[in-house]
Design a protein around this ligand. Structure first.
Ligand code: ADP
Ligand code: AMP
Length: 216
């Protein structure tokens, strides 16, 4: 069992790699962004509370996402957890540390996916996902094999995110640099940080992550 955090700005490729790790290693992706989007889609109280905040590209409160993670961790994961888009603040990082101690699980690695800002605009503006299975695609770098049909599950429910526009991306990037990037130093100081080149091809990034996970 291996538990890891994928750390990086919006568009770095965290979700893409998390899905591959789920398939190849039986790990479980815990994406707070996906959990919040699901709450919005279902029209729950939580969804109504966070909708405006997410549309603006700001972070929702620490309490909300910590609660979501705690609930999901309770369900367990044989192959281990992939924390994707969580933690995003120092408070969330401390809370995750406490949670892991309480649940008796270990954090094996924090993988920083390094990309430059110029690439993120292109990544985010070309992104679309399958509404049924969550597979992640890109207009240019990762199109579906047949137009309009998901390669993985055959669904035609392909969606674009409302917050994947240039204006909102600016806010999301600012939130990342102000509140999330300090986690790089935090995990470095704890001796848990490894960096991979997120600008490489999807397979090459996956190989670099596998190298970190399989390090004796
Ligand atoms: P994140 O979860 O970090 O926000 P995603 O995994 O959703 O990022 O990836 C953002 C976009 O970039 C998607 O459209 C995805 O298909 C594409 N992408 C992801 N990794 C790569 C890569 N290594 N090379 C090229 N495009 C990529
Ligand atoms: P993501 O799918 O990871 O890009 O997240 C989409 C949006 O959900 C973000 O822009 C935030 O508004 C919100 N969000 C997701 N994860 C967190 C988190 N850990 N802390 C605060 N807000 C989050």
């Amino acid at each position: 069992m291996v538990n890891i955090i994928l750390l990086g700005p919006p568009g770095a490729g965290k979700g893409t790699q998390a899905k591959r790790l789920e398939e190849s290693r039986g790990m479980v992706q815990l994406s707070t962004g996906d959990m919040l989007k699901e709450a919005i889609a279902k029209g729950t109280e939580l969804g109504k509370r966070v909708e405006g905040i997410m549309a603006r590209g700001e972070l929702v409160t620490d309490e909300i996402v910590i609660g979501l993670i705690e609930a999901k961790m309770g369900e367990g994961a044989k192959g281990g957890f992939i924390f994707d888009g969580f933690p995003r603040t120092l408070k969330q990082a401390d809370a995750l540390g406490d949670l892991m101690v309480r649940k008796g699980v270990k954090l094996d690695a924090v993988i920083e996916m390094q990309v430059d800002d110029a690439a993120l605009v292109a990544r985010v503006s070309g992104r679309f996902t399958c509404g049924n299975c969550g597979a992640v695609y890109h207009d240019v770098t990762r199109p579906t094999k047949a137009s309009g049909i998901c390669d993985v599950c055959g669904s035609t429910d392909l969606r674009r995110r409302a917050d994947d526009n240039e204006v909102t991306l600016k806010t999301r990037l600012m939130e990342y640099y102000k509140k999330t990037s300090p986690l790089i130093g935090y995990y470095y100081a704890k001796g848990q940080l490894s960096a991979v080149d997120g600008l490489a091809e999807v397979k090459a990034v996956a190989d670099a992550i596998a190298k970190v996970l399989d390090k004796p």
